[in-house]
Write a protein that binds this ligand. Structure first.
Ligand SMILES: Nc1ncnc2c1ncn2[C@@H]1O[C@H](COP(=O)(O)OP(=O)(O)OP(=O)(O)O)[C@@H](O)[C@H]1O
Ligand SMILES: [Mg+2]
Length: 376
């Protein structure tokens, strides 16, 4: 009897870990050393480059070493009260168990917070809701944000706090307050801020007038390099006794520019459509499927651009060696001043990025491929 086919080993959407997690050793080692020395870090990357996965793995690794490491997702909070509750729940989860939280907060740390317990969204998950009125929210914000520090002081240990989608705190009007609280925590609490709205984050940490100005070490996160993908992809396909060669993997990683979500999506489709030995043409077929699936998303992103930004997107999709070379802008009837404005607009909308060699690149490399097809 033929063995049942194993499930598709390529997963996309949501954080991944264990056997689904590839690479990021250098970044994890650097973050570990920074966090353990109380150095605050800003991790930023385009959407779906694997921030959440990496940060969750970082937390797991530290916990295994006995270091407290809590993870807060700021994008879940729609107002200050939500943020306080998210923070509190993350701290409570880290301490583990209702009794310990009550005991630690009320007795050990001497805080007068009152909270109730409500069932969480997932089975077996418990969430705590702070019983605070509108007026007390600011007070409880300070108390809750100080919890990891109070704990670290009491235990004479370090506490790591990861805040994902950190740009959202600007929307909540919490920049100045959080900065003033965090500032008093010295090296007892190591903060790791992360987010995908690069244009906003760079302003938050790079503009002189902003509370978090130059308060962190910045760590841009790029795609995962091919040398890490090669053994990972071979191993995943081998789970179904399928063979993929070195050159084919290289092509996949180049197309996706190492973006983990895109590599996983492409390989997921490839797994579904191929036989035991992957053929070169299968990669093109898989790419067609992925681009068709993402069509709505890209069409929406395209509609969000002004006409000059659309023209500039077309120009950049061709990856010209020299943007201001004769003929490049003229093809679309664009003058350099309009080009500059369009480039700034594409950056502000998080469509493109400036690479280290001064060129412009699409944050989502498949958006570029989608554009090239549309342009034809
Ligand atoms: N280290 C990794 N190894 C393998 N796949 C990964 C890795 N990191 C991310 N992925 C892939 O990318 C997808 C998105 O990952 P994740 O949610 O961590 O990214 P993100 O940057 O936090 O995304 P968002 O910008 O939407 O918050 C995952 O579902 C998985 O398919
Ligand atoms: Mg994320």
């Amino acid at each position: 009897m033929k063995d049942k086919q194993p499930r598709n080993p390529f997963v996309f959407g949501g954080a991944v870990k264990d056997a689904d997690f590839c690479g990021r050793r250098t970044e994890l080692a650097e973050l570990k050393s920074d966090a353990l020395s109380g150095q605050n870090v800003l991790v930023y990357a385009s959407r779906r480059y694997g921030k959440t996965s990496m940060l969750e793995v970082l937390c797991e690794q530290r916990r295994a070493e006995g270091v407290k490491c809590m993870y807060v997702d700021a994008s879940r909070a729609l107002d200050v009260g939500d943020f306080v509750n998210e923070y509190f729940n993350a701290f409570a989860r880290e301490l583990g168990g209702v009794e310990r939280v009550i005991e630690t907060i009320k007795n050990k740390l001497g805080f007068g917070l009152s909270f109730s317990i409500r069932p969480g969204a997932a089975a077996g998950d418990i969430a705590y809701a702070l019983d605070v009125g509108v007026k007390e929210k600011q007070v409880s914000l300070e108390q809750v944000v100080n919890l990891p520090f109070a704990y670290a002081k009491k235990e004479n240990s370090l506490f790591i706090v990861v805040i994902d989608e950190f740009q959202e705190i600007a929307k909540l009007g919490l920049e100045a307050k959080l900065r003033s609280y965090f500032q008093t925590h010295g090296r007892k609490v190591g903060y790791i801020f992360a987010g995908s709205k690069k244009s906003i984050l760079i302003q938050m940490f790079g503009d002189k007038g902003r509370p978090f100005y130059q308060s962190v070490k910045t760590m841009p996160m790029n795609g995962i390099p091919e040398k890490d993908w090669q053994p990972f992809i071979v191993k995943q396909f081998a789970k179904g006794n399928r063979k993929i060669n070195h050159k084919q993997i290289s092509r996949i990683v180049t197309l996706a520019r190492g973006c983990p979500y895109l590599v996983q999506h492409l390989c997921h489709v490839l797994w579904d459509i191929t036989g035991d030995v992957i053929q070169d043409g299968d990669i093109d077929a898989a790419l067609n499927v992925v681009l068709a699936r993402e069509d709505n998303k890209y069409a929406l992103a395209w509609d969000m651009l002004s006409l000059t930004q659309q023209k500039m997107a077309y120009i950049l999709a061709d990856e010209p060696d020299e943007l201001y070379a004769k003929g490049v802008l003229q093809e679309y009837g664009m003058v350099p001043s309009a080009a500059q404005k369009a480039l700034a607009g594409l950056w502000a909308k998080d469509v493109t990025d400036r690479t280290h060699d001064g060129r412009y690149a699409f944050q989502d490399p498949f958006f570029r491929l989608w554009l090239l097809r549309r342009k034809k």
